[in-house]
Ligand binder design. Structure first.
Ligand code: PLP
Length: 357
């Protein structure tokens, strides 16, 4: 039902269901018969407070974290601000980081401003093409941080390390995409803009007991405890991004929740990776067992076919298939809202190339 729309495999900023985009657009004109636009209604009005509350509680419902002592915040500054907020709020002496490439690297760089960072494991020596395994976690860490899905290299943790330290995850590119036990984490953060909403808000889900343990003073805007005390409304919230996130979360709930979307995501990934593996013109980048359901990275085995292949997928109405500038090749991002049908179109183009070559 999107004849004019492209098959959007772009890694971001965001891909949302068309129904959500339409409702969000309508709300910008007028929020539910209120006579005011979503972006002009007071964020302290009962209508917006209700939106914020519904969004926060739906996050817990979808993650099956209700009643488990978590707080939900919608902040600003993107996941990039969380790189430093996490360390500001939790790093007293030593923190552990698992380095799976670019985003972990950036988180490590910020954390080093606040204390000692132990790189517990890294897949850097092999171009971040896999998730490190079988490493020891040193004792006495303030926390252990990982990136659940590496958007650029197309690797994804399937199991998570267990240890004594609080576990923190940047889930920017796979939040709400698969069923995992979210309660193994003490703090989860994610820029909204892949699976949840437009850029402009960052989701933080945190167990308050891991906070308040550092000795430094924390500026109010960077202090999780301040945001918790103010129910995520310490300052003017990004109303459009929060409302649109709520609409996406409602869409996900009505679809059957995270388990239902995981089934679709697995179908999409299976379809694409099968083609990558069977078609001799393509080879995957990431180690098979660590392949991401969200971002599939692959290369042409005959680089001279690049021009032909690029022309073919563009002709088929596909958008955003180029790999990240730091790795090249191709990357098909298959976020929650990307229809299976779009993956079918891509796979057809890939097999057409094999026929032609
Ligand atoms: N972490 C991951 C895993 C990402 O994929 C991204 C962006 O794509 C970021 C962090 C940075 O997010 P932001 O642009 O919201 O700061």
């Amino acid at each position: 039902n999107r004849p004019m729309k492209k098959h959007n495999f772009s890694a971001g900023p965001c891909i949302l269901p068309e129904s959500v985009m339409k409702k969000a657009a309508e709300a910008v004109v007028e929020l539910d018969g209120s006579g005011l636009s979503l972006i002009e209604i007071s964020h302290r009005s009962p209508a917006f407070v209700d939106i914020m509350e519904r969004a926060r509680s739906l996050v817990l419902e979808l993650m099956q974290l209700e009643g488990k002592g978590y707080e939900v915040l919608f902040l600003q500054g993107g996941a990039s601000l969380e790189f430093l907020m996490v360390a500001y709020n939790l790093l007293e002496k030593r923190a552990g980081y698992i380095n799976t490439g670019t985003w972990s690297d950036k988180a490590i760089k910020e954390a080093r401003i606040f204390g000692e960072v132990v790189e517990v494991a890294s897949s850097g020596e092999s171009g971040f093409n896999h998730i490190p395994k079988g490493f020891d976690i040193p004792a006495g860490l303030d926390y252990l941080h990982l990136t659940s899905n590496n958007t650029i290299f197309g690797t994804q943790f399937k199991d998570f390390p267990k240890g004594d330290a609080p576990l923190i995850a940047d889930m920017s590119s796979d939040i709400f995409s698969r069923v995992i036990d979210y309660s193994q984490f003490d703090l989860i953060y994610a820029g909204a803009q892949k699976n949840m909403g437009p850029a402009g808000t960052t989701l933080v889900v945190v167990k308050p007991e891991v906070l308040g343990r550092v000795s430094r003073k924390i500026p109010s805007m960077l202090d999780y405890q301040v945001h918790i005390a103010k129910d995520s409304m310490f300052n003017t919230p990004p109303v459009f991004a929060v409302y649109t996130s709520l609409l996406t979360l409602e869409w996900l709930r009505d679809l059957g929740g995270v388990a239902a979307i995981e089934e679709q995501n697995e179908k999409k990934a299976k379809l694409l990776y099968s083609e990558v593996d069977l078609n001799p013109l393509f080879e995957g980048y990431a180690a098979k067992e660590d392949r991401s359901l969200m971002n599939a990275t692959f290369n042409l085995t005959r680089p001279e076919l690049k021009e032909t292949f690029d022309a073919m997928w563009k002709e088929a109405g596909i958008n955003g298939l180029n790999g990240h500038r730091s790795v090249g090749g191709y990357r098909a991002s298959m976020y929650n809202a990307l229809p299976l049908e779009s993956v079918g179109v891509l796979v057809d183009v890939m097999s057409d190339l094999e026929r032609k070559a």
